[in-house]
Design a binder for this molecule. Structure first.
Ligand SMILES: [Zn+2]
Length: 298
């Protein structure tokens, strides 16, 4: 049952705020053996584009193009859970957004989306300023069963770049999300009954992505996740990004990069190769964050 406490506080829509039981300052104290001792498919990882396999033989991407449903009008509630700002599906399961296709054999329902800043995954050693995770659970499984199944969860991941000025198209993500962030600055803050157009937060190039079998990046690091990481980012303005700097979640909210082990990362044949246009990272991550946030009153 211990697991379920974490589940319901971290993965699934939670109606009760609880004091965080773990934090990003000390990953060695995270609950869950897989978090502490690692495993064979822990996430996040650094994606080396020269090692990515174009999946001509349909070894991993067996189910055609990715298909999203219901993302235009998703009913969600928002919470600052002390680790991130999270928007969870509300209402009947039947109206929750779904995804299938690509590497996904089954239908998956959107449980929640949340933000990491900096990004958790990196590309050729570079991180983006932000990564959005859309967490889905296999529609034919309970959450408990999904967490112990090798493909129980599907996480769609969208990178965000930051620019001083945005053009009209780039502004769409910002317009959709930034109206809510100022209401979720403090741990425990909540809003409900939000109708969100999540297509505005999706990558403009939905059929171009990296995909691999990995894990949750927060306790209990279950190795149950099919990751789908879009290579084309969306945009936030400098001012938007600074607003995230005011969200009270501690010093940062990304898990450290995990060993590649036998991870194979695949790409649809139709994917283009994107040259990442990103921020510096690795050892520099903390320096960069400190630099970035130094003028912000947290
Ligand atoms: Zn995440």
């Amino acid at each position: 049952m211990y697991i379920h406490i974490y589940l319901f506080s971290e993965l699934v829509a939670s109606n009760m705020y609880k004091e965080p039981l773990w934090n990003y300052d000390n990953e060695s104290k995270w609950p869950g053996l897989k978090c502490k001792e690692g495993g064979k498919r822990q996430s996040p990882i650094d994606i080396r584009t020269s090692d990515v396999v174009k999946d001509y033989t349909k070894k991993f991407i067996k189910y055609g193009s990715l298909k999203l449903n219901g993302y235009h009008r998703a009913l969600v509630s928002g919470i600052n859970n002390g680790h991130t700002v999270q928007f969870s599906s509300e209402g009947e399961e039947a109206i929750h957004p779904t995804v299938t296709g690509g590497p996904l054999q089954h239908l998956y329902r959107l449980e929640q989306l949340h933000f990491h800043w900096l990004s958790e995954h990196s590309v050729n050693g570079n991180k983006y300023p932000m990564e959005i995770h859309f967490v889905h659970v296999r529609a034919d499984l309970t959450v408990g069963d999904a967490l112990v199944s090798k493909d129980g969860l599907a996480i769609l991941s969208v990178f965000c770049n930051v620019q001083a000025e945005l053009d009209d198209h780039q502004q769409e993500a910002s317009a959709e999300i930034m109206q809510y962030i100022p209401k979720l600055l403090d741990t425990g803050d909540r809003i409900s009954g939000v109708l969100m157009d999540m297509t505005k937060l999706m990558s403009p190039n939905m059929q171009s992505y990296y995909t691999y079998a990995g894990s949750l990046t927060s306790p209990e690091c279950n190795e149950a996740v099919i990751w789908i990481i879009f290579d084309t980012p969306i945009y936030l303005s400098d001012a938007d990004y600074r607003m995230f700097g005011k969200v009270g979640v501690g010093r940062h909210n990304f898990r450290s990069l995990q060993r590649l082990n036998h991870h194979l990362v695949f790409q649809p044949v139709t994917s283009h190769i994107t040259t990442p246009q990103l921020v510096r990272v690795f050892d520099d991550a903390f320096k960069m964050l400190a630099e970035f946030f130094k003028n912000i009153n947290l």
